[in-house]
Design a protein around this ligand. Structure first.
Ligand code: ME8
Length: 519
């Protein structure tokens, strides 16, 4: 059995979850579910990043301790993820004792190996990014991401010898084209490495006189660890480093999911940190674009957030989840609007999928006594439907390997179209009115119930609740328990005649377009 270790970023606890965090977590959840259904031993990690100036600053503004803010907002993330049904295996907090211990152990190890030195530093610091900026990060005197002015800082600090590994890293990135993907981010990482003036060594400490909220350096009690050095190590703690029984297999299959805002720490700092620790680099860094609203990145600091719980309340989470997965092209930015969401849900879910489910099950109730009928002799039309299933499954597998979720969904919805077209051609509602067509109607309904079973299985990683509902209505509750489920999707003919089916209410009622403010 192969291992599969999937992570999201650990989110800062300076505010509540928004569409951006939800997207990365939906994406990772979908990939994790997919791997579980193919039989891989999957471990899915998410959590919260709690130390550092950003959190200390918000706590001070609100007059509470950083620990209180962390507890409150970490709970907000976890309970939101639970309400949305994400299938994470561990929710890690950087204040968890095992993480603090791992970070200190690693700091000591890297220090003992001579890879950390002390010096005075003078630079421009952005608290939003929690790092010193380079010229590339600044436009009109402001941090490009946070649109706030960085502060000039002169400080004595500890530095991690990062620059001596740039050449090795560039070689690793070149030699492993899917290490950082899609390709545009691989190229961006290589450009960062070429532009060495901007990188240099990594400052990994903050003096306690300026910041107390962090993990104390084991070799100097006057300093705490820089939040990014602490945060990246969560991926090791979460996998059970150093001696957890599954650590080695998990680490060998590690895939990180992040947006492009944190490319640099993941593409540059992290592989070099791993090298200093004596570990192999992770397997893949999967980098997606931004969700924008009115062409601006959704973010806590810009205050244009879309709440996933509000979306769940308004549209149902599966509809929102589907929109996020279907409308973002992996690697590119996407614009969020409720109009686009409603249009997508109405066309794909209410019309195509919803219609197929309701007419298949309604006709099975009406013409076959609410049981899957026995399949009679088949013809070229049935053979075409049966042949379309492994084609769709093959495309899904291929696209999922590359994280091209929108294309995987496209392939499943092409299959939905094939079955809808088949029903139009066979028109069992007309055939049923004629004499001697019982077998033809039964074969048509068997074929569409069977295709629906396959579609529901293929959809399980993307729309887990919808998939379970369709299977339940086909009398196959529990079909998703166990391993190698996706192989079942391609095994045509598994539906058994006589299995009771239920009609049920519309899966996705058509949504009204949102009211316009100027209307
Ligand atoms: O950076 N569009 O945490 P963070 C798409 N703690 N994704 C978005 C997004 C948007 N508009 N806004 C946020 C941190 N995200 C660090 C990470 S990991 C060791 C430490 C998502 O709370 C996306 O995944 O600022 C992005 O990379 C992440 O949230 C940043 O979350």
């Amino acid at each position: 059995m192969s291992s599969c270790y999937i992570t999201t970023p650990i989110y800062y606890v300076n505010a509540e979850p928004h569409i951006g965090h939800t997207y990365t977590t939906v994406l990772a959840d979908t990939i994790a579910r997919y791997h579980r259904l193919t039989g891989d031993e999957t471990f899915f990690l998410t959590g919260t990043d709690e130390h550092g100036e950003k959190i200390a600053e918000v706590a001070a503004q609100r007059g509470v301790s950083p620990q209180e803010i962390s507890d409150q907002n970490s709970d907000a993330f976890r309970s939101t993820w639970d309400r949305l049904g994400f299938s994470y295996d561990r929710f890690i907090r950087t204040t968890d004792p095992d993480h603090v211990e791992t970070v200190q152990r690693i700091l000591q190890q890297v220090h003992d190996a001579g890879d950390i030195y002390f010096k005075e530093y003078d630079g421009l610091y952005c608290v939003g990014c929690e790092r010193f900026l380079t010229e590339r990060d600044i436009e009109d005197g402001l941090c490009k991401d946070h649109e706030r002015a960085p502060e000039q800082r002169v400080e004595s600090n500890y530095f991690f010898k990062m620059s001596e590994h740039f050449e090795w890293l560039a070689g690793h990135i070149e030699a492993n084209p899917d290490f950082i993907r899609p390709e545009r981010y691989k190229n961006e990482a290589l450009a960062m490495l070429r532009d060495e003036s901007g990188l240099g060594d990594l400052c990994i400490s903050r003096p306690k006189e300026r910041l107390e909220w962090g993990i104390e350096l084991p070799f100097d009690a006057n300093y705490v660890c820089y939040v990014w050095f602490d945060a990246l190590i969560n991926y090791l703690t979460g996998a059970g480093y150093p001696d957890g029984p599954k650590f080695s297999e998990r680490w060998a299959s590690a895939q990180h999911f992040v947006a492009k805002d944190i490319l640099k720490p993941h593409a540059i700092f992290w592989p070099i940190m791993l090298r200093a620790i004596g570990l192999e680099p992770y397997r893949h860094l999967n980098v997606h674009g931004y969700w924008n609203v009115d062409a601006r990145k959704v973010s806590k600091s810009l205050g244009n957030m879309i709440s996933p719980l509000a979306m769940q309340e308004q549209y149902g989470f599966e509809a929102f989840r589907f929109f996020l997965l279907r409308d973002m092209v992996f690697g590119l930015d996407s614009n969020f609007s409720e109009e686009a969401l409603v249009a997508r849900v109405n066309s794909d879910l209410a019309n195509n999928l919803g219609n197929l489910v309701s007419r298949t099950l309604n006709m099975t109730a009406r013409y076959a006594g609410a049981c899957v009928p026995a399949c009679g002799p088949t013809d070229v039309l049935e053979d075409e439907v049966a042949a379309a299933v492994p084609v769709a499954a093959g495309k899904v597998a291929q696209h999922m390997q590359r994280c091209e979720i929108h294309r995987a969904l496209e392939a499943i919805f092409e299959l939905v179209d094939v079955v809808n077209r088949y029903l139009e051609q066979r028109a069992p509602w007309k055939a049923a009115k004629q004499e001697g067509t019982e077998q033809l109607v039964a074969t048509t309904l068997y074929t569409s119930c069977e295709a629906l079973r396959c579609i529901a299985l293929l959809l399980a990683p993307f729309l887990p609740a919808t998939s379970a509902t369709i299977l339940e209505r086909l009398g196959l509750a529990g079909a998703l328990d166990g391993a190698h489920i996706l192989d079942d999707a391609c095994a045509w003919g598994r539906s058994k005649a006589g299995t009771p089916t239920t009609k049920g209410a519309a899966l996705f009622p058509r949504l009204d377009p949102p009211a316009r403010e100027d209307a």
